[in-house]
Ligand binder design. Structure first.
Ligand code: PRP
Length: 183
C-alpha cells in the first residue's frame, strides 16, 4: 500500500520507502562492522518489526540468524499500558550468543527496557538494540539503544509495520496519522 492509497488518513509522509531502505542499508553496514567475525542472532519483536527485520536482514552481506519474540506492551489505542508479558518466546537458546533486538519504534522505552533485562538474564554474550524510530520526548524508561534509524517527534505514526488498530502496517512509507482518524 502506498501513501496515496490512504492519503486522507495521513497529515504527512515522514519517511519514504527509499529513505527507509537507504537508512537500513547504513545501519546494516555499521552492524556488520561492529560484529565482524562474530556470530549474530537478530531478534524481531512481533508484530511491528516484521518489515524492519526483513529489510535489515537482507541488507547484510553476511549470514545472520533470525528469531522472534512477541510481547504485549500496548492496548489497541495510542497509549502504553506499561504492562509487558511474553506472548511468544524465542526458539533459540541465547546463552553465549550475541543478540541484536530489532524493533520498529521505541516510544516510552518500557517494552525494550524490560526485554533487554529479560534476555540479559539468559547469559548471552551481549544484547544490543536496533530500532528504526525513537521518540525521545515520550521516554519513560531510559534504554541503551546502539542503532537508531531516526529520532522523531511525539506524534502518532503509522506504516512500515506500525499500526493503528492493526491497519496501516502494510503501508510502504511511514506517515503521521491524521487526528481525525483516532479522535
Ligand atoms: C510497539 C513496538 C515496540 C513497542 C514500543 O509494539 O514494536 O515493541 O510498541 O513501545 P514502548 O517503547 O512504549 O514500550 P506494539 O506493542 O504496538 O505491538 P506491535 O509490534 O504488535 O504493533
Amino acid at each position: 500500500m502506498d501513501a496515496a492509497d490512504v492519503d486522507a488518513d495521513l497529515t504527512n509522509t515522514l519517511f519514504t520507502e527509499e529513505q527507509i531502505q537507504s537508512r537500513l542499508g547504513e545501519l546494516a553496514k555499521q552492524i556488520e562492522a561492529d560484529y565482524e567475525g562474530e556470530d549474530l542472532l537478530i531478534v524481531g519483536v512481533l508484530r511491528g518489526a516484521v518489515m524492519v527485520m526483513a529489510d535489515l536482514a537482507r541488507s547484510f552481506n553476511r549470514h545472520v540468524e533470525m528469531d522472534w519474540m512477541a510481547v504485549s506492551s500496548y492496548g489497541s489505542g495510542t497509549k502504553s499500558s506499561g504492562v509487558v508479558r511474553i506472548l511468544k518466546d524465542l526458539d533459540t537458546d541465547i546463552s553465549g550468543r550475541h543478540v541484536l533486538i530489532v524493533d520498529e519504534i521505541i516510544d516510552t522505552g518500557l517494552t525494550l527496557s524490560w526485554l533487554t533485562s529479560n534476555l540479559n538474564s539468559r547469559n548471552p554474550a551481549s544484547v544490543t538494540i536496533c530500532t528504526l524510530l525513537r521518540k525521545p520526548e515520550a521516554v519513560r524508561m531510559d534504554v541503551d539503544v546502539k542503532y537508531v534509524g531516526w529520532d522523531i517527534a511525539n506524534e502518532f505514526v503509522v506504516g512500515y509495520g506500525l499500526d493503528y488498530h492493526e491497519k496501516y502496517r502494510n503501508l510502504r512509507s511511514i506517515g503521521t496519522l491524521a487526528p481525525h482518524v483516532y479522535a
